[in-house]
Design a protein around this ligand. Structure first.
Ligand SMILES: Cc1cc2nc3c(=O)[nH]c(=O)nc-3n(C[C@H](O)[C@H](O)[C@H](O)COP(=O)(O)OP(=O)(O)OC[C@H]3O[C@@H](n4cnc5c(N)ncnc54)[C@H](O)[C@@H]3O)c2cc1C
Length: 373
């Protein structure tokens, strides 16, 4: 059976590697730093297809929804293979509005969701505060979505590393892939530490750095850029015990089972810069405080910064390419944690059997072939 190398040990590379190893495929992951330390660790861990989507993203919405439906099987298998139980928490999510502008925007979102059959509930301000008492009394109305979920993505990364190794995969950290080797329309392997290694399949799962790996023909460089995200980890205490996800305008507040309240996230075009900055932190705190005033006294635990892999159309790039043996699993942008099961299950099956995935149709790199990268 074909041997496969995965470039990048983020949540996407690790989960795909684990699923390939489970199928008996000889698979290695090369990670240039430490696995699971980049965007996948900084992420909040929301699995929120319904709260996240705008009007224009219907194909992406269905893919996200499919992935959320796959999550129970994913965490169950992960438990079997790693011994670590990653809980799928159905926290429920509230989208509050505070003025006329918000109310109009929420009403349009509500109508759109109802039209496509999504389970949403419209709440008055006082109904919203019954569900989440820490919400500001200024809340005039809200949308309630009770089946959006979340997971502990840090724990999931630990579990994936164990499961991958137990199933026979090999992870090499501090291995920077320097070149992808291609000859006569076929992938032949990669170069690492100035050594050429032969592989039948190469999967590009390098997150925000995916476009930078040398060796790809220009039309196959995935159009992925880093989109900086800063989050603040507050420590919940009795002065503020938010239990629901609050997605206010320009900020979300996400209570985690480890006692954190995550305030996130900035969306910035700053190249590969990962410095936390006062302006964005100030803005997150201000918008968070407007939505839930009692965060004012919460201690700050830490600030995390990550680089989302944002493709040109903000859809993931997952599937094969015109080069035999060259696959992509990148560009997951704001939904990489949510899209992990569908990427891992569907792409591993595709690589193992050679049969393209129906679910991933339309998400391949070929959609960019005619454009200039
Ligand atoms: C602040 C923030 C909040 C987020 N919140 C959520 C959320 O709530 N829900 C959600 O679904 N998504 C969320 N996301 C998005 C999610 O984190 C990403 O989509 C996802 O982590 C991408 O995973 P990845 O494995 O592709 O990338 P990464 O985790 O970035 O991993 C890519 C890896 O590839 C390695 N690499 C790159 N080039 C090479 C090379 N040449 N050789 C070897 N290794 C290489 C890198 O070192 C890195 O470790 C959030 C992101 C941020 C920044």
């Amino acid at each position: 059976m074909n041997n496969t190398i995965i470039i990048g040990g983020g949540i996407i590379g690790l989960s795909l590697g684990w699923q390939l190893a489970k199928k008996g495929i000889d698979v290695e992951i090369l990670e240039r730093n430490n696995a699971g330390r980049s965007a996948s660790r900084a992420a909040a861990g929301m699995l929120a297809p319904q709260a996240e989507m705008g009007f224009e993203d219907i194909d992406l919405f269905y893919l996200c929804r499919k992935s959320l439906d796959m999550y129970p099987r994913f965490v169950e298998e992960l438990y079997t293979d790693s011994g670590i139980k990653v809980e799928l928490e159905r926290t429920g999510c509230i989208l509050p509005g505070f003025d006329r502008d918000d109310a109009e925007r929420l009403r349009r979102l509500y109508d759109f969701r109802e039209k496509i059959g999504m389970p949403v509930v419209w709440l008055t301000g006082s109904e919203a505060r019954e569900i989440e008492p820490f919400l500001s009394p200024r809340c005039t109305g809200a949308i309630w979505i009770d089946d959006d979920a979340q997971i502990n993505n840090r724990l999931m990364l630990d579990a994936l590393k164990i499961a991958f190794a137990k199933c026979g995969g090999k992870l090499y950290e501090e291995h920077n892939v320097e070149h992808i080797n291609i000859s006569n329309g076929k992938v032949t392997g990669i170069r690492v530490h100035s050594t050429e290694l032969k592989f039948d399949n190469v999967v590009v799962a390098g997150g925000a750095w995916s476009k930078q790996i040398p060796g790809l023909p220009e039309n196959l460089m995935p159009p992925v850029r880093p989109v900086k995200g800063q989050i603040i980890n507050l420590k919940l205490n009795d002065s503020c015990r938010v239990t629901k996800v609050v997605r206010a305008p320009d900020v979300y507040l996400l209570p985690k089972s480890d006692g954190r309240l995550i305030l996130g996230a900035s969306v910035e075009e700053q190249g590969f810069d990962t410095e936390p900055t006062a302006g964005e932190i100030f803005r997150l705190l201000e918008r968070g405080w407007e939505a839930v005033p009692s965060i004012y006294d919460l201690p700050i635990e830490s600030i995390d910064v990550g680089l989302r892999p944002g493709s040109r159309d903000h859809m993931p790039i997952v599937g094969d390419s015109e080069i035999e043996g060259l696959f992509f699993a990148t560009g997951h942008y704001r939904n990489g944690i949510l899209l992990t099961p569908v990427t891992a299950f569907e792409l591993s099956e595709w690589i193992a059997t050679g049969n393209p995935s129906e679910a991933l149709r339309g998400f391949g790199i070929s959609r960019f072939y005619k454009e200039t990268v």
